[in-house]
Design a protein around this ligand. Structure first.
Ligand code: LLP
Length: 434
């Protein structure tokens, strides 16, 4: 298959994989491997699609980028320039977003077990929204806001009780979930009373997020149905009209050449229609609608380059090729059985007919990056490119086996590239130790 059909920022020139017009083999030799390469132009294109398919298409809408997918100062600045807000889930993510000078009002703060320090930090800095996940937190927010003389805009996250069709580790919407507030009327009434009676809480509405890498729109629509029923119930029972509804993220992307491309509109158009329909029927004003895409913005924008270090053929069983990275830079295959596509970046024109399993360098048999993929006559010294590694790779990287985390290079089209995050050194890894 033509690699450009799979990833429009990839092309083959002079037998090398080019990414955003940059020779990846040169990138590997210039910056070293493993190397995360993120196309800034791809990120900006995705943001532009969010604007066209959602923000400009529907009035009174917002989009915040779920920065847990990939958070760097550079990325926060790009997202901010593109007119999207930032979703954070910890004091650390909030700190970075503020350091990048993101407008605090455009920040949405999530978390099922936020600490008091985190809540204080968020409220002191006037974050745009706090998404509350439990009753105790609501009273803590009220107390802190009262002390600081602030009024906090707050939504609460519901558990819609729908199963999303994705790996169970990244499914969050079912009833048995650590996330969200169940909607049994007993629980719901306590919540509603708490938020409506808190003078320092400006209660805006509800949030749901049902999981990640979801390819069909059924579970989003089912969850939305539950949220809309709640909006109508709250209107009837409390005479309160929510002013905001946050639909979360979870929109799936392409990992393998056979995966279909999914437009945002496939998820969002029927959802927006359903919201309008139910609100008109119940004579409730349209709430502001927010989405929180993470993977959809960054996932396909990133590739990872590795140097191939070993080739081991077990006759009649399989050929392992070992690369100089692994589960420390991409935990997703080990954690979620995630599948990826890879090619030989320095032999990109050759036929990729040697079927191999790409193994990482960690002391774990489960450290397998890609199973059964065709490479081109693999030899030590080759550069292997793995696609769609932008989301939840860099942000979930670790130092297991004291392996330094890779650098991040951003490409900006027309052959330009810049170092965005430098490679971790051995010294960096000891910096906290006495
Ligand atoms: N909003 C909330 C409240 C979330 O919890 C998440 C992701 C998102 C938005 C963004 O979801 P996305 O659009 O990226 O699917 N580490 C896992 C994914 C965990 C997702 C956690 N929450 C993975 O690598 O697949």
């Amino acid at each position: 298959m033509d690699i450009g059909e799979f990833n429009s920022h990839a092309s083959v020139r002079f037998n090398h994989l080019f990414y955003d017009g940059v020779d990846t083999v040169e990138l590997a030799s210039h910056y070293g491997t493993p190397l995360y390469v993120v196309s800034e132009s791809a990120v900006r294109e995705r943001c532009s699609s969010v604007r066209k398919a959602f923000l400009e298409k529907y009035p009174n809408t917002r989009a915040v980028y779920a920065s847990k997918a990939f958070q760097t100062l550079d990325m926060c600045r790009i997202i901010d320039q593109e007119g999207l807000g930032i979703d954070v889930v910890s004091g650390g993510e909030l700190f970075a977003a503020l350091k990048a000078q993101v407008n605090p009002g455009a920040i949405v703060f999530h978390g099922n077990a936020k600490t008091l320090d985190e809540l204080e930090y968020a409220i002191e800095n006037d974050v745009g929204r706090i998404i509350s996940d439990n009753l105790r937190e609501i009273s803590e927010v009220e107390r802190i806001a009262a002390r600081l003389g602030k009024k906090v805009k707050l939504l609460y996250r519901i558990t819609p009780g729908v199963d999303s069709h994705t790996h169970r580790f990244i499914s969050t919407g079912s009833l048995d979930s650590k996330f969200g507030i169940p909607l049994d009327s007993s629980v719901r009434n306590d919540y509603m009373r708490a938020v409506l009676n808190s003078p320092h809480i400006d209660f805006r509405g509800f949030h749901f997020h049902i999981g990640s890498q979801i390819r069909d729109n059924f579970s989003h629509l089912a969850a939305l149905g539950v949220a809309l029923k709640l909006i109508v119930d709250v209107h009837t029972d409390y005479g309160f009209d929510v002013s905001e509804l946050n639909l979360g993220g979870g929109f799936g992307i392409r990992y393998l050449p056979g995966d279909p491309e999914t437009e945002l509109g496939y998820f969002l158009d029927p959802m927006m229609q359903l919201i309008r329909f139910e609100m008109e029927k119940a004579k409730i004003p349209m709430p502001m609608v927010t989405i929180e895409p993470g993977r959809w913005i960054i996932g396909e924008a990133g590739i990872t380059l590795y140097e191939l270090r070993s080739v081991k053929t077990i006759p009649g069983i399989r050929t392992y090729v070992g690369v100089d990275g692994g589960m420390t830079d991409n935990i997703r295959p080990a954690l979620y059985e995630a599948r990826y596509h890879a090619i030989s970046a320095n032999k990109a024109d050759w036929s990729h007919d040697t079927v191999v399993t790409i193994a990482g360098k960690c002391c774990e048999s489960g450290d397998i990056l890609v199973k059964d993929v065709g490479l081109a006559e693999p030899k030590p010294g080759d550069i292997v490119a793995v696609f769609s590694t932008g989301a939840y790779n860099h942000s979930m990287a670790s130092n297991y086996n004291r392996i330094p985390r890779p650098a991040v290079v951003m490409t900006t089209g027309e052959g330009r590239h810049r170092l965005s995050v430098r490679r971790e050194s051995y010294e960096d890894m000891l910096i906290r130790e006495f």
